[in-house]
Design a protein. Structure first.
Length: 263
């Protein structure tokens, strides 16, 4: 089954980084904190996070939130919309290493190491919380927040390691099934998906890149899932028709009990 045309994107004259300021929601009333997987914070922690946050911004589809190779530190948390993290090798090849969703932290390595080794690009229009990089040491001096950040980074490392293992060791059907279930869980945690599926704003090229496949191979995989009555992907809507069969293909017995904690 051939995938349909990609959603609207804005191609700037250069990799623009938008800095449009929007109304800044307070951390205490943050809508993301209603989600069960987003751990609660003490009053003192919330007060610090409110001081830590210095702006609320917006970027349009296609714009860059971070540019690879930039020496300018930037620390953000995605508030709404989808973005992607990509790495471009010196030889010119690039790879999509993660789909970023609301609540995900962006740019920590640029603050801690002074260099950005990947790019982050908005897939849809996005909004984000901008954090004051100068206060990162203050945050690390608060034991509960430092531990939260450490747990978050370890969980992220484990997630990436598991995806690398699947991409390297499994066939394309299992790879796609694992990617779909992982993304479905992350979206469900954020109330951005239903049991039977979710919207996928990624282009066919971006989706194939995330899986380490060509678009031709991806379309063959999608055709096989459709013929087996397991799932379909049409008009950027992924519909899961047989969840148990999808889990069987992915070699997963049930929903993961672990969620990646957020700051």
């Amino acid at each position: 089954m051939a995938m349909v045309s990609s959603p609207r994107t804005v191609t700037p004259l250069r990799p623009a980084i938008s800095s449009v300021t929007t109304a800044m929601p307070r951390c205490r009333e943050c809508r993301l904190r209603q989600f069960g997987f987003f751990d609660s914070m003490t009053d003192a922690e919330l007060e610090f996070m409110q001081r830590f946050k210095n702006a609320h911004g917006r970027s349009w589809s296609g714009e860059y939130l971070l540019e690879q190779g930039s020496q300018k530190p930037r620390l953000l948390t995605l508030y709404s919309g989808w973005a992607i993290k990509t790495i471009t090798l010196p030889s010119g090849e690039s790879h999509l290493i993660k789909v970023l969703l609301p609540g995900d932290l962006i740019g920590l390595e640029s603050v801690l190491s002074g260099a950005v080794r990947h790019a982050v690009q908005a897939v849809t229009d996005v909004t984000y919380c901008s954090l004051d990089c100068r206060q990162i040491d203050d945050m690390l001096n608060i034991p509960s927040l430092a531990r939260r950040l450490t747990v978050m980074l370890l969980a992220e490392q484990q997630r990436i390691a598991e995806r690398l293992a699947v991409v390297g060791a499994c066939n394309a059907r299992r790879n796609f099934a694992h990617f779909t279930l992982d993304l479905h869980q992350r979206l469900r945690e954020r109330q951005m998906a239903r049991d039977e599926g979710f919207r996928v704003p990624l282009t066919s090229v971006q989706l194939a890149d995330a899986l380490g496949l060509t678009t031709v191979h991806l379309n063959r995989v999608l055709r096989s899932f459709r013929q087996d009555g397991i799932l379909t992907l049409e008009n950027h809507v992924l519909t899961i028709q047989d969840m148990s069969a999808l889990r069987e293909v992915a070699a997963l017995s049930g929903p993961s009990s672990e969620s990646c904690p957020l700051l």
